[in-house]
Design a protein around this ligand. Structure first.
Ligand code: 13P
Length: 259
């Protein structure tokens, strides 16, 4: 049985004070929520250390929004996998469409980041997903396959052992227009089958999150889908009560499904 996983991607939001307050609020909001759902927050890099301090003693885990492909050296402005590990980060979001678009990251670079994280014993959260135009042209599966294939070619299916995939259709990110549960489930099923062709065991175990306008209203119906194992949440992760309700929805949906 897969553990549901909900990650809050804070993106470029927060401050030192806000980090302290949000985590305090989140700890309070999560008090009575079943712990079978893993909860991760991914604040901006400069607040990771502070966040690590604030989550201590709770079951909240720490995530980062990016990593460099290099481990050390003359790479101004970058953060390495070892540095993230050093300050307590476990999950690292890579291949987010905002990085693919604004920072021109391609599948090859993302596959390298994936490898660097595996080597460091960290958990890559590989974001994949199509644009609106690609969906309209019925290329969703082709795009997702290509983005997964980059990692498969570089490292093989074994790399997906203890890794996470986040299906984030670009047209659903920050638009308030989530994929329907049926749309998301169809793509999640495709992703799991695609990996199963290489390794059925790993495919069965891999966590596939959905991301794109997830909120406290639509979370439950998404999580009830058999191949949706949680969510990568942007906007709604900035309001701690809402974020906690999404965690609760995941814990409850998967509890019902396993009983
Ligand atoms: P929203 O939840 O704001 O649509 O963002 C999703 C996302 O990009 C998470 O990584």
């Amino acid at each position: 049985m897969r553990h549901p996983l909900v990650i809050g991607n804070w993106k470029l939001n927060g401050s030192r004070q806000v980090t302290i307050e949000w985590i305090k609020d989140l700890r309070k909001a999560l008090t009575n929520i079943n712990k079978n759902c893993r909860v991760v927050i991914a604040p901006p890099t400069v607040y990771l250390d502070q966040a690590n301090h604030e989550i201590s003693g709770s079951h909240i885990l720490l995530g980062a929004q990016n990593v460099d492909v290099n481990l050390s050296g003359a790479f101004t402005g970058e953060t390495s996998a070892e540095m993230l590990k050093d300050i307590g980060v476990k999950y690292i979001i890579i291949g987010h469409s905002e990085r693919r678009i604004y920072h021109k990251e391609n599948d090859k670079v993302i596959a390298k980041k994936f490898a660097v994280l595996k080597e460091a014993g960290l958990v890559p959260v590989l974001c994949i997903g199509e644009t609106k135009e690609e969906r309209e042209a019925r290329q969703t599966e082709e795009v997702c396959a290509r983005q997964i294939e980059a990692v498969l070619e570089f490292q093989g299916a074994e790399a997906f052992n203890s890794s996470v995939i986040a299906y984030e259709p670009i047209w659903a990110i920050g638009t308030g227009k989530s994929a329907t549960p049926a749309q998301a489930q169809a793509v999640h099923k495709f992703i799991r089958h695609y990996i199963a062709k290489q390794n059925a065991n790993i495919a069965e175990r891999i966590i596939i999150q959905y991301g794109g306008s997830v909120n406290d209203k639509n979370a439950a119906e998404l999580f009830i889908q058999p191949d949706i194992d949680g969510a990568l949440v942007g906007n709604a992760s900035l309001k701690m009560e809402t974020f906690a309700m999404i965690v609760k929805a995941a814990a409850e949906a998967k509890k019902i499904m396993s009983s």
